[in-house]
Design a protein around this ligand. Structure first.
Ligand SMILES: [Zn+2]
Length: 192
C-alpha cells in the first residue's frame, strides 16, 4: 500500500475510534495527525525501507541472528510485538498523565498498528522479503499479498477518506446517523 493510502486509513481509524470514548474535538484532531505521521514514511514501520536504513542494514551483519536478521524491509520494525510492548509499557507507566496528552500516543498507536494491518493485506512479496508481516520478531511472515496498487488498495484508500469525513461530521453533529457501528458489549465495557 502506498504511503498516502496508509495515512488515509490511519486517519479513518483515529476519527472512528473517537466515537468510542469521549474525547474533545481538538484531541481528535491531534490523534488523527499523530496517526497520519506514524502510518507512513520514516516515522512509521516503513522506517526500515528508507535509504539510510538500507545503508545501515548493508553495513551491519545482522543476518548472523538468523532468519535474514532483524534489519531490512518488513522485518523487526514491522513486528506487531513492538506496538504491543509499547502498549504494555504505557499501561504500566502512564498513571497520572493528563487526558489531553493521551491523544498523542493513542493516535500514534492507531497509525502504527493500522500500517501493520494494511501490510498484512497489501504487503507484496519482493526485494528479499516474503509477503505480509512477521508473526514473530522478524520471521514467520503471514499475509495476503494483495497488489499494492491494485483496485482493492485503491478502494480501501478511498473508503477511508469517505469514512473519515463521515465520522468527522458525526463528531461535530452528534445525533445524526453518522456513527460507526459499535457492538453493545463494547459500549458497556467502555461506558464511564
Ligand atoms: Zn510497511
Amino acid at each position: 500500500m502506498e504511503t498516502r493510502a496508509h495515512r488515509h486509513v490511519a486517519v479513518a481509524v483515529a476519527v472512528g475510534a473517537a466515537h468510542l470514548h469521549s474525547i474533545p474535538l481538538a484531541g481528535v484532531a491531534v490523534s488523527a495527525l499523530c496517526a497520519a505521521i506514524t502510518a507512513g514514511g520514516w516515522t512509521s514501520p516503513d522506517v526500515d525501507n528508507q535509504p539510510l536504513a538500507k545503508e545501515f542494514d548493508s553495513l551491519v551483519p545482522d543476518e548472523v541472528l538468523g532468519n535474514g536478521g532483524p534489519l531490512g524491509h518488513r522485518r523487526l520494525a514491522h513486528s506487531w510485538l513492538l506496538p504491543a510492548a509499547a502498549w504494555w509499557a504505557w499501561g504500566r507507566n502512564a498513571v497520572g498523565v493528563p487526558t489531553w496528552a493521551l491523544c498523542v500516543p493513542e493516535g500514534a498507536l492507531y497509525g502504527w498498528v493500522s500500517h501493520l494491518v494494511m501490510d498484512l493485506v497489501f504487503g507484496e512479496r519482493g526485494y528479499g522479503h516474503p509477503k505480509g508481516v512477521p508473526l514473530f520478531l522478524w520471521w514467520g511472515h503471514v499475509g495476503f499479498g494483495r497488489p499494492n496498487e491494485g483496485p482493492l488498495a485503491l478502494w480501501t484508500s478511498r473508503a477511508a477518506v469517505i469514512l473519515s469525513l463521515w465520522w468527522a461530521i458525526g463528531l461535530v453533529l452528534p445525533g445524526l446517523p453518522l456513527e460507526p457501528y459499535v457492538p453493545s458489549w463494547w459500549r458497556s465495557l467502555t461506558a464511564p
